[in-house]
Write a protein that binds this ligand. Structure first.
Ligand code: DSN
Length: 414
């Protein structure tokens, strides 16, 4: 990283940032929700746009001096519309949970019934978990995946929807590796007059690159974070039909948020510009090829993948037959420089802090330029580490191998 002021002015902060840059460069990132932004996205975040207050929307701000901010926000909106074929986009949400809170506020009243996927089946906290605002403010009922196949059974979703008659149905997940039948969800919602809400945070980049089906032209409202497969800054957007534009905008501001983070809006615009380029399609396709190569190699080595494979960037692995649970696997792999996240498996007998599985994903390693061969190598490192978790010598030797692989594929940085 090239910085002129920070290293001299505040070495304490600078050293921590440098240490984290070194960690990211030396270690393998398999956390399915993480990625590396481009140097251009990094630069857009470190700009004077952070200095400006701009509550409101382009042409209707509550502060003077916002003509340049209007331009950057409008540019981000236009690019997002093109990327997702959206009628209306709000680029102000600060992150995924605030975006989802704004969606609920726009369409529901507290106490209204909503149907969402259970957290331990691959859903998200903000899809109705009891400890989250969503579960506390709204009356969530939940569907799950089929216990045998690990795949969502649309007939069962329909049965629950017809019985419960929710005002909204939520689809789109944090730990689900299969294609989603958006049209099927919409047809069920049409039968009962429910709103449809897709949270595509994990798969937005794959959808933008047309590698997976796009719910935006089908669903009433869609939210996504911008920092996962989409490779943008930490943040979110909401997309909806034009007829809901006003209620969505009002829910974001003044409903949920104050001033938007304009430097992040600029970085979102840069990331959307990158995602509109033809090479992004190739990148997104490689993410999926890498995930499938990784899933095949795990299964070849006797690991049980929930749903038996993947159609997207991630997979959840049940470690039950490997004699350890998710938390221990996460810690052992951290010692060799591989980051994964512990994960529940459907109907997990273990508690969420120490669930039975781990979730891995390929967006970050694909950004580094790794391909199918490297995926097999990474699985071999993981397998050796989990099988030799008590051997200091083996873990150290694996850490060296991980580092060597990482040096062949540097992270994008300034
Ligand atoms: N925390 C994100 C994830 O890891 O999936 C979702 O918000």
């Amino acid at each position: 990283m090239k910085y002129d002021y920070l290293p001299k002015q505040d070495p304490a902060v600078w050293q921590i940032i440098k240490a984290e840059e070194q960690r990211q460069n030396d270690e393998i990132e398999l956390i399915a929700s993480e990625n590396y932004v481009s140097p251009a996205v990094l630069e857009a975040m470190a700009t004077v746009l952070t200095n400006k207050y701009s509550e409101g929307y382009a042409g209707r701000r509550y502060y003077g001096g916002n003509y340049n901010i209007d331009d950057i926000e409008t540019l981000a909106i236009e690019r997002a519309k093109e990327l997702f074929s959206a009628e209306h986009v709000n680029v102000q949400p600060l992150s995924g949970s605030p975006a989802n809170a704004a969606v609920y506020m726009a369409f529901l009243n507290p106490g209204d019934k909503v149907l969402g996927l259970k957290l331990d089946h691959g859903g998200h906290l903000s899809h109705g978990h009891s400890v989250n605002f969503s579960g506390r403010l709204y009356n969530f009922v939940q569907y799950g995946v089929d216990p045998e196949s690990g795949i969502i059974n649309m007939e069962s979703v329909r049965e629950i929807a017809l019985r419960e008659k929710p005002k909204m149905i939520v689809a789109g997940f944090s730990a689900y590796s299969r294609e989603i039948d958006w049209r099927g969800f919409q047809d069920i919602a049409d039968e009962i007059g429910a709103y449809t809400f897709a949270d595509i945070a994990h798969i937005a980049g794959l959808i933008a690159a047309r590698q997976l089906d796009n719910p935006v032209p089908i669903f009433d409202v869609v939210s996504t974070t911008t920092h996962k497969t989409l490779r943008g800054p930490r943040g979110a957007i909401i997309m909806c039909k034009e007829k809901y534009a006003k209620q969505v905008n009002s829910a974001v501001f003044p409903g949920m948020q104050g001033g938007p983070h304009n430097h992040i809006t600029a970085a979102k615009a840069v990331a959307f510009g990158e995602a509109l380029k033809p090479e992004f399609k190739e990148y997104a396709g490689q993410i999926i090829k890498n995930a499938q190569a990784m899933a095949d190699e795990f299964m070849r080595r006797g690991y049980r993948i929930i749903s038996g494979g993947t159609d997207n960037h991630l997979m959840v692995i049940d470690l039950g037959n490997k004699g350890l649970a998710g938390k221990e696997a996460e810690k052992v792999l951290e010692r060799i420089g591989v980051s994964v996240s512990r994960s529940t498996i459907p109907n997990d007998p273990n508690p969420p802090l120490n669930p039975s599985g781990m979730r891995v994903g390929t967006p970050a390693v694909t950004t580094r330029g790794m391909k199918e061969e490297e995926m097999k190598l990474i699985v071999s490192y993981i397998d050796r580490a989990l099988g030799n978790k008590a051997s200091e010598k083996e873990l150290q030797s694996l850490k060296d191998e991980v580092k060597k692989l990482c040096y062949r594929f540097p992270i994008p940085t300034k």
